[in-house]
Write a protein that binds this ligand. Sequence first.
Ligand code: ADP
Ligand code: MG
Length: 254
Amino acid sequence: METSKPQTQNTAGQPEAPASNGQALIQMEAVRKVFYTDEVETHALAGIHLVIKKGEYIAIAGPSGCGKSTLLSIMGLLDTPTDGKYILNGEPVETLNLSDRARIRNREVGFIFQSFNLIGDLNVYENVELPLTYRGMPAAERKKRVLESLERVGMSHRTKHYPSQLSGGQQQRVAVARALGGSPSILLADEPTGNLDSKNGEAVMDLLHALHGEGATICMVTHDPRYARHADREVHLFDGRVVEESQANSEGII
Ligand code: ADP
Ligand code: MG
């Protein structure tokens, strides 16, 4: 069933909404995540309160093991909180069954991972098309979206290549195209430059920056303070809690 959507269009690909319009896209209250393994309890998230508005670009920083990837997985409906409240685009998601979660994830969320996660035996075109196929989108619409997304990341000339025939930077641009193809409400990027050299890393960051300029809502985990400064706001995690939030300033500061 189609849920009734607010008037605002999905932002990726919509050039008319560069700034946050004040509507909360992500609302987390007291979100906790405990992993139980071999009699050990790991408190990966220890009560997260976080609001991300439509059109915002948030950077999440913090030491290894502080819960950044866990937070992103929960945000992107890949995992569920142990307790707490999570509302995504107006919809409380704790109570959804598996298939509804998958459906909402496919529509609302675009993931970009450190290790690209492209499928090796699909070519560039097919990789970008796959989530749209899962969604049941008609072929003509899929083709239009795939070609547009590849155009936006500057990879239209490589549609027939396989991931192993591309550089890391090119693979990550294809992964960004895949994330964009479905016009998600939010792009979630987990250390997207972690496997790239600085030149390719910068190119991917410039791409995210441009997408944000066109209205995309982005939540990105990064270790690198240079890249965190591209964001509107930096959220620092430590031991599963938000310990500091700062307004970042993207331009004009060296
Ligand atoms: P970060 O991304 O900030 O490095 P993670 O979110 O990956 O941190 O992990 C946070 C904590 O949760 C770590 O102590 C990690 O070992 C633990 N953890 C993450 N995923 C699992 C899992 N599937 N099972 C058990 N422990 C996990
Ligand atoms: Mg991580």
